[in-house]
Design a protein around this ligand. Structure first.
Ligand code: PEP
Ligand code: MN
Length: 338
């Protein structure tokens, strides 16, 4: 940790900081510059709250040098992690496409979705059976019946399944029916749920919270990994900003930043990232160009009558066209889309 003292900091103030850092086990190295005294704290407690020093008299700035997450950091596995689910590798050379409707609505709908998704070349079928809706009066999902329909449709076309878990009591159901468990944006900091997901041995796709920083996302990944489940996939799905034209602001820069800070694979979800189907293809292409290891895309056979997120769901033809574009873009950045 580096503590930069204000220009006019007194010796008494400097000594107080040194004392405080030593109490928490830091070795303190002092360097006196022309304008500022800088205190370098080495060692000390990993979870030391820098705000404690930040508010002390005479302090100008405090910088943490070591990231507060360890298992999720790039240093833990510099070569990068590949999450393997049957014959699908997320984080390898191939960009994996996960596609499907926002929610599983009916037998017919998910069967038709599986055909569209497989025909376009994606390898994972998405569909929510437990839906986190902003309104309690909106469609909440079909529950276990939805998972059963999703699994059956995916198996018929040789697809993997991803579906959302909203509560710890649903974990046994999700592990039974789904290959990848999705932890939604609204639950990114549900620490009990994160801990429970650390106990299972199935991949978890962890979505960035709507107002979460990249560091907070990585700390949530750390919760899962600290329980022994190292198969975590990070997902950028847009964050809330002052911009209202799009549902969220798709933070494309989060993709290379996450790759720099972490060894975990990174997925981009331009459907929730923009909320508008016309913006999904360009943002999907941009995500692949920025290094995304996979895409999560909403597509529906009849988006205008979808039970949820119809406005951001691609028409089948748009999805087929997007897959074609991705096959052109991926090689330009050394990747492949099948
Ligand atoms: C979803 O994938 O349908 C979903 C609810 O996503 P998010 O948690 O990102 O809003
Ligand atoms: Mn959705």
């Amino acid at each position: 940790m580096l503590v930069v003292m204000q220009q006019d900091a007194s010796e008494a103030q400097i000594q107080k900081i040194i004392q405080r850092l030593m109490e928490d086990g830091f070795d303190v190295h002092r360097s006196t510059g022309v304008l500022h005294t800088v205190l370098g704290g080495v060692g000390g407690k990993d979870d030391f709250d820098t705000a404690v020093v930040q508010v002390m008299d005479g302090v100008k700035e405090v910088h943490r040098i070591v990231a507060p997450y360890k298992l999720a950091s790039r240093a833990f596995n510099p070569a990068g992690t590949v999450v393997k689910v049957r014959d699908v590798e997320i984080g390898g050379n191939k960009v994996v496409v996960m596609a499907g409707p926002c929610s599983v609505e009916s037998y017919e709908q998910i069967e038709r979705s599986a055909d569209i998704v497989a025909d376009g070349g994606a390898s994972v079928l998405r569909g929510g059976a437990f839906k986190p809706r902003s309104s309690p009066y909106s469609f909440q999902g079909l529950g276990e019946e939805g998972l059963r329909l999703l699994r059956t449709a995916a198996d018929r076309r040789g697809l993997l399944v991803i579906s959302e878990v909203m509560d710890a009591v649903q974990i046994p159901l999700l592990t039974a029916y789904s290959d990848i468990l999705q932890l939604g944006a609204r639950n990114m900091q549900n620490f009990n749920l994160l801990r429970e997901l650390g106990k299972i041995r199935k991949p978890v796709l962890l979505k960035r919270g709507i107002a979460a920083t990249i560091e907070e996302l990585l700390l949530s990944a750390e919760y899962i990994m600290a329980g022994g489940n190292y198969e975590v996939i990070l997902c950028e799905r847009g964050i809330r900003t002052f911009e209202t034209y799009t549902r969220n602001t798709m933070d494309i820069s989060a993709i290379p930043v996450l790759h720099k800070l972490s060894h975990l694979p990174v997925v981009a979800d331009p459907s929730h990232g923009t909320g508008r189907r016309d913006l999904v293809p360009p943002m999907a292409c941009a995500s692949v160009a920025a290094g995304a290891d996979a895409l999560l895309i909403e597509v529906h056979h009849d988006p205008d009558h979808a039970f949820s997120d119809g406005a951001q769901s691609l028409y089948p033809d748009q999805y087929f066209e997007l897959m074609k574009q991705l096959r052109v873009i991926a090689p330009a950045v050394g990747r492949v889309v099948e």
